[in-house]
Unconditional design. Structure first.
Length: 260
């Protein structure tokens, strides 16, 4: 099932996507809901970020080739993680499918994409085992972890390199039924493929992250975990359009514009 959120006048409404139609629901994907029978064509609505996350978690470097590429760029040997590391990102950076990524005036040319699988938590979880971990997952969506690499190298907390306004496109919806082992992530700039990798070829998988995290913290419905990216990343220029596609979910598409 696909849950989307769209602008409805001055408020927002959740709906279920079926083909090119969106049917409104009363309630939310995180609790009880019922279909209303009211439908809209997807082209006729403005999609919003699929949900407002309670806590925005982000996995540390979690793919082998990406670690190698970053190390090569910095002229050092790759340093592979020995355990899953988790960080945090800021909700202010979130934008929806179709909305523009705004390059700050003083940003360098090293503004880059990172196509990521986003895990959406649907049930409260504490001290869950590896085998139980996926039971707390509602579904998955797509994220673009936009990163200003020069700032990333100089700012210890990544506060602007990762969290500037518009730096976290997410969407277009939450997909609840996927086969993680069959999924592939593809990144395109202006229609040309620039990256492709097996989505589930993580160093530490979703189950490991959730079981490790819940030893120390409680995950709640509406929390999310961005799972990292693989491979090399390229610079995005003003006027480019970046697309992140994950098989079984859909396509997240955003243009890059200059700050006014």
């Amino acid at each position: 099932m696909r849950f989307a959120r769209y602008k409805n006048g001055i408020s927002s409404t959740f709906g279920i996507v079926s083909g090119e139609l969106l049917e409104d629901i009363h309630g939310t994907p995180f609790g009880a809901y019922e279909k209303t029978g009211m439908t809209h064509h997807l082209d006729a609505v403005e999609l919003l970020v699929p949900f407002k996350p309670r806590t925005f978690y982000a996995a540390g470097i979690n793919y082998t080739e990406h670690i190698k590429e970053i190390a090569a760029q910095q002229g050092r040997d790759p340093n592979f993680p020995e355990k899953p590391d988790i960080g945090y990102r800021a909700n202010n950076a979130l934008i929806a499918h179709g909305q523009p990524i705004v390059k700050p005036k003083d940003a360098t040319d090293h503004l880059q994409y990172e196509g990521e699988l986003v895990v959406v938590i649907g049930k409260q979880a504490k001290n869950v085992s590896f085998d139980e971990a996926l039971e707390c997952v509602l579904g998955y969506t797509i994220g673009n972890d936009v990163s200003e690499r020069t700032w990333q190298a100089s700012d210890r907390t990544f506060w602007r390199a990762k969290n500037s306004d518009t730096f976290k496109p997410m969407g277009p919806w939450i997909e609840t039924q996927v086969d993680l082992d069959l999924m592939r992530t593809t990144v395109r700039l202006n229609g040309a493929m620039v990256s492709e990798f097996s989505t589930n070829s993580m160093i530490f998988g979703i189950e490991t992250y959730i079981s490790t995290m819940t030893k120390y913290l409680t995950l709640y419905p509406g929390d999310m975990i961005w799972m990292g990216t693989d491979g090399a990343t390229q610079n995005m220029k003003i006027g480019d359009v970046c697309e992140i596609e994950i098989e079984g979910i859909g396509v997240l598409r955003n243009p890059i514009v200059e700050e006014e």
